[in-house]
Design a protein around this ligand. Structure first.
Ligand SMILES: CC(C)(COP(=O)(O)OP(=O)(O)OC[C@H]1O[C@@H](n2cnc3c(N)ncnc32)[C@H](O)[C@@H]1OP(=O)(O)O)[C@@H](O)C(=O)NCCC(=O)NCCS
Length: 177
């Protein structure tokens, strides 16, 4: 219905100097969200010191001299795909309110998918809205015989297979780590 074509934004990897601005963006965007709350910012800084953090997959978009969009893909423990690499978890993704609906999250997600493929990862999991993520070819895990084991609503447990057959050996994942 005559939707305006959205802009493609320049996405880059985070650098150490970006940490405070990213943390403040996350804190603002998730302050009212159950599961995340203010603690999301601490989860983020703890993650950076853990083995499952991947610097190339911590991505941001800048506009008007500020960080206005952020996305992280991290390794999901005990989720080995066919090639022996763990699956990835997409969380969080956010766009500052004044910049929403302009394609920033879309650009971040597309860039993350491409980089994940380059790094030979075979699958990305997330908890999110099936309609929004279907545009990136995410499907409900249950359609591939995969269930979430820690209480996430199964209809919102989504997965994108990056290599054919990559998920063959996975029947269960814990996304609420
Ligand atoms: C969801 C979010 C990241 C989208 O960012 P964005 O930069 O506006 O996204 P894009 O412009 O690329 O795409 C916008 C589309 O996202 C979809 N969308 C936006 N918010 C959504 C939500 N809460 N749930 C499902 N879909 C959503 C809509 O289909 C929208 O399309 P429209 O602009 O034509 O209405 C942003 O709204 C946000 O930061 N929300 C708060 C944090 C959050 O809930 N993150 C996701 C869970 S980790």
């Amino acid at each position: 219905m005559g939707r305006r074509k959205k802009k493609v934004w320049t996405v880059r990897e985070e650098r150490e100097g970006d940490f405070p601005a990213i943390e403040s963006l996350i804190e603002t965007m998730f302050q009212n969200t159950l599961n995340f709350g203010g603690a999301q910012k601490d989860i983020l800084s703890n993650m950076r010191s853990e083995g499952r953090f991947i610097p190339e997959l911590s991505l941001l978009v800048e506009a008007d001299g500020a960080i206005v969009g952020y996305l992280m893909l991290s390794e999901l423990p005990e989720s080995k795909t066919k090639n022996g690499k763990n699956s990835l978890l997409l969380s969080p993704v956010c766009t500052q309110e004044a910049y929403q609906h302009q394609g920033i999250a879309t650009s971040l997600i597309q860039a993350a998918i491409e980089k994940a493929k380059q790094l030979q990862y075979q699958a990305i999991f997330l908890i999110g809205h099936p309609v929004f993520y279907s545009r990136f070819d995410f499907v409900p895990g249950k359609h591939l015989g995969i269930r979430e084991s820690n209480g996430a609503p199964q209809d919102f447990v989504l997965v994108l297979e990056l290599a054919p057959g990559g998920l063959e050996e996975i029947s269960e994942v814990n996304l609420l780590i």
